[in-house]
Ligand binder design. Structure first.
Ligand SMILES: Cc1cc2nc3c(=O)[nH]c(=O)nc-3n(C[C@H](O)[C@H](O)[C@H](O)COP(=O)(O)OP(=O)(O)OC[C@H]3O[C@@H](n4cnc5c(N)ncnc54)[C@H](O)[C@@H]3O)c2cc1C
Length: 238
């Protein structure tokens, strides 16, 4: 009689966590069984990268995108009284890697030591140095792109791939501010170095990115630029 195979490790769920655990154990020779309750979503059925107009055309034809998320009415869950929690559940092979945005940022010691500093939650038992080599490995395995600047809040990586080249629209609209006209298109008032009556007051003027959302800065820069423009017009310089 044939016996069912015995596996060393059973992994429940094939998302980022289960997928990584299975990959690392399997390559070390461990016999792994991976179980996933979700469906297999065929790649060809994804709508994620469909152009906006195609999306509308498909909806008009009565087609619907794949339903990645579990319906809360069909699959309810409970939370303690007065403590609601919005649980996002994707049941499918690959889990939420089917839908995630791929923003791949490292935690720093500001995050790992936050509980001791702020007095909230349970302290992490590890620090950045403990996980840094594994961040390095993941960066190389999944191909994370970005710069190598290293900040207190956001550690850098020497394994980041170069950022993808700007797309057509980004090339055309790239108009960063700077003091040197050879390296920038706008001065500090969002005014074109070359065409003095042209002002670009949106996020395209930012010479560098930060981790903060941009809109308050866009509003303040636009105000500052137009204060300046009004003065320049009054003085008949533009
Ligand atoms: C829209 C969206 C965008 C996101 N963007 C980002 C981003 O840009 N950057 C970022 O860092 N994070 C992002 N996240 C978060 C990220 O996707 C998750 O943190 C990560 O994928 C979690 O992986 P996981 O393996 O822990 O869980 P999951 O991916 O949820 O995997 C769980 C797996 O278990 C299976 N399963 C569940 N119950 C059972 C069961 N009873 N038996 C067997 N199998 C079961 C499921 O089918 C699923 O495959 C995003 C999330 C969403 C929803």
């Amino acid at each position: 009689m044939q016996r069912d195979p015995v596996h060393d490790v059973a992994i429940i769920g094939s998302g980022a966590s289960g997928g990584m655990a299975a990959w690392n154990l399997a390559r070390k020779g461990v016999n792994v069984l991976m179980l996933d309750a979700g469906a297999r979503f065929k790649r060809a059925g994804f709508w994620t990268h469909v152009k906006p107009w195609e999306w509308r055309q498909r909806l008009d034809r009565g087609q619907r995108p794949p339903e990645f998320y579990l319906d809360r009415q069909e699959q309810p869950y409970q939370t303690p009284e007065g403590r609601p929690f919005d649980l996002v559940r994707v049941w499918g092979r690959g889990g939420k890697t089917l839908v995630w945005g791929r923003v791949s940022l490292r935690y720093s010691d500001l995050d790992f030591a936050a509980a001791e500093r702020d007095g909230w939650e349970i302290p992490w038992p590890i620090r950045y140095k403990d996980i840094a080599p594994h961040y390095d490995r993941v960066d190389q395995l999944i191909g994370v792109c970005g710069g190598n600047d290293d900040q207190d809040s956001l550690p850098g990586s020497r394994y980041h791939l170069p950022a993808p080249a700007p797309r057509c629209g980004e090339r055309l609209l790239q108009s960063r501010m700077g003091s040197d006209p050879k390296r920038s298109a706008l001065n500090g008032f969002c005014q074109s170095h070359e065409v003095p009556n042209l002002f670009v007051v949106d996020g395209a003027a930012f010479p560098s990115a930060t981790e903060k959302n941009p809109t308050l800065t866009i509003l303040a820069l636009a105000w500052r630029a137009t204060d300046y423009l009004a003065e320049e017009m009054r003085a008949q310089r533009v």
